[in-house]
Design a protein around this ligand. Sequence first.
Ligand SMILES: C[S@@+](CC[C@H](N)C(=O)[O-])C[C@H]1O[C@@H](n2cnc3c(N)ncnc32)[C@H](O)[C@@H]1O
Length: 270
Amino acid sequence: MERPAWAPQGIDITVPSVSRIYDYYLGGSHNFEVDREAARRAMAHLPGLPKIMQANRAFMRRAVRYAVSEGVTQFLDIGSGIPTFGSVHEVARALAPEARVLYVDHDPVAVAHSEAVLEGDPLAGVVAADLRKPAEILRAHAFRALIDTERPVALLLVAVLHFIEDSEDPAAAVAELLDALAPGSVLILTHAAYEHIPSRQDASGVVGVYRDIRKPLVMRTAEEIAGFFAGTELVDPGLVPMAEWRPEQGPGEEAEPYANSGYAGVGRKA
Ligand SMILES: C[S@@+](CC[C@H](N)C(=O)[O-])C[C@H]1O[C@@H](n2cnc3c(N)ncnc32)[C@H](O)[C@@H]1O
């Protein structure tokens, strides 16, 4: 089987990865046939998946710009994925060249590619760690070197919490991370949901594909997702379909029915 130079040694390229499937939806090239096959099966149920992912990235960029406009120039992006066009450090630095960014992912390809992209960058780094173990993130050398917890931080949990099942208590992980951050920090979050997806039945098919590859995709209700913001105050317009969060685009995005799948919100820690 193919093993390109960018694939870290030791990874099992016969098992699909959430990170590489997402890379494929976004038109990236860091994926294997096993990932593409899973992505194609999911897209057979819901052809708009790439549109949903593009809307997710567009929200993320708007929210990063919002954070900078509020004076937040430190970013902790957990479940950051394989770097693609318009990453957090690029978007933030367009407005604040001094912005510091720490990426965290548990996927070896995401980590290796982030390392390559960030090589020689003193104000950005990547840690291989798991969102379900926040203490390991908080005591990582790169975290302590890059992030000043006395000043506000933007914590990004973008399209990642829906990969953590209730039995693993994702809300406790979010709370532990927020607890470590200074007042004025912001939580930037998106999450998959059945509401607003053009076809609920087709979305169930996608959930089935992820179940089959043993990477459960947990759809949550708006109320459940709002619970992740405990300890913060949602900024306007609150928790809303992704394309409705402070849209700044020209024509197109809002007209795209899939762009409103999933919820997005930003909460500010008092
Ligand atoms: C759908 S991608 C989202 C990437 C990026 N945040 C974005 O929205 O464009 C989800 C990412 O979360 C990562 N991930 C999933 N569960 C994780 C966990 N428990 N700890 C750390 N990363 C995780 C996956 O490896 C993948 O790279």
